[in-house]
Design a protein around this ligand. Structure first.
Ligand SMILES: Cc1cc2nc3c(=O)[nH]c(=O)nc-3n(C[C@H](O)[C@H](O)[C@H](O)COP(=O)(O)OP(=O)(O)OC[C@H]3O[C@@H](n4cnc5c(N)ncnc54)[C@H](O)[C@@H]3O)c2cc1C
Length: 191
C-alpha cells in the first residue's frame, strides 16, 4: 500500500485480488479544471511525481474507463436534520485521506438502530429524547475524529508543507500511529 501526493491532491495505491492494484486519487475542481480531460490531467500533474508515473506506465487498466465521482463535500453536516437521524456520509464525511468512512457508516447505522429499538421499547419516551440521544452518541463517537481528519487533510493539501510533514514523520515514526488513532474509532461490538 502506498500514498503519493501531487499538486492539488493525493493518490492511494493498494494491492487487491489476482495480483491487481487499486489506484484511487482525489483532487480539487480548481486543480482539475485547468486541463482538458483525465488523461491530460494525469500526464501533466500526476506524472510529475515519478513514483506515480512509473506505476501508470507499468500497468494497464482493467476497466474500459476510469470510475469517477465529483462534487464531494467535506463541509460539516448535522447528524439530525429535520428530525431525520442521518447515518454515514449524510451525517458527516471524514476525509478519505484518513480512511475509515465505511466503518463510520456501519457504526452510525448501528448506533441509530440500537436507539430506535430503545424508542420503540419505550426506554426513550419521546422523539426528542431519541434525537438528542443519537446526537450525543454521534458526537462522542465521531466529532473529534472528523475534526482531526479535516486538519490532517488541510495540512496535506499544501504541497510544500506535506513534504515537510512526511519527512518529519519519517524522522519520528512513532507520531504516525498517534495521528491514525485520533481518526479511527474503537472496536465495534454486537449488542
Ligand atoms: C475517493 C474516496 C475514497 C474513499 N476511500 C475510502 C477508504 O479507503 N476506506 C473507507 O473506509 N472509506 C473510504 N471512503 C469513504 C466511504 O466510501 C464512505 O464514507 C462510505 O461509503 C459511506 O457510506 P454511506 O452508506 O454513508 O454512503 P454511500 O456508500 O455513498 O451510499 C449511499 C448510497 O445511496 C445511493 N443514493 C443516493 N441518493 C439516492 C436516492 N435519492 N435514492 C436512492 N439511492 C440513493 C447512492 O447511489 C449510494 O449507493 C472514500 C470516499 C471517497 C469519496
Amino acid at each position: 500500500m502506498a500514498l503519493h501526493n501531487f499538486d492539488g491532491g493525493y493518490c492511494g495505491v493498494s494491492n487487491v485480488e489476482k495480483n491487481a492494484i487499486n489506484l484511487c486519487y482525489i483532487t480539487t475542481f480548481e486543480a482539475f479544471k485547468k486541463h482538458k480531460d483525465i488523461a491530460e490531467f494525469q500526464e501533466r500533474v500526476l506524472f510529475k511525481n515519478k513514483a506515480l508515473k512509473r506505476i501508470f506506465e507499468n500497468s494497464s487498466p482493467l476497466f474500459d474507463a476510469p470510475l469517477t465521482i465529483s462534487q464531494i463535500s467535506f463541509e460539516t453536516k448535522t447528524p439530525v436534520e429535520n428530525h431525520i437521524l442521518m447515518c454515514g456520509d449524510t451525517a458527516g464525511m471524514i476525509h478519505p485521506l484518513c480512511g475509515n468512512g465505511m466503518s463510520m457508516a456501519i457504526r452510525s447505522a448501528q448506533m441509530a438502530s440500537l436507539l430506535i429499538v430503545k424508542f420503540f421499547d419505550g426506554d426513550l419516551k419521546t422523539r426528542a429524547a431519541l434525537e438528542s440521544a443519537y446526537l450525543k452518541a454521534w458526537n462522542e463517537a465521531f466529532k473529534s475524529r472528523l475534526k482531526t481528519g479535516h486538519i490532517v487533510a488541510n495540512l496535506f493539501s499544501k504541497n510544500k508543507l506535506a513534504e515537510i510533514l512526511i519527512q518529519g514523520l519519517k524522522l519520528f515514526p512513532f507520531l504516525l500511529p498517534l495521528i491514525i488513532k485520533r481518526t479511527h474509532g474503537k472496536m465495534m461490538h454486537v449488542k
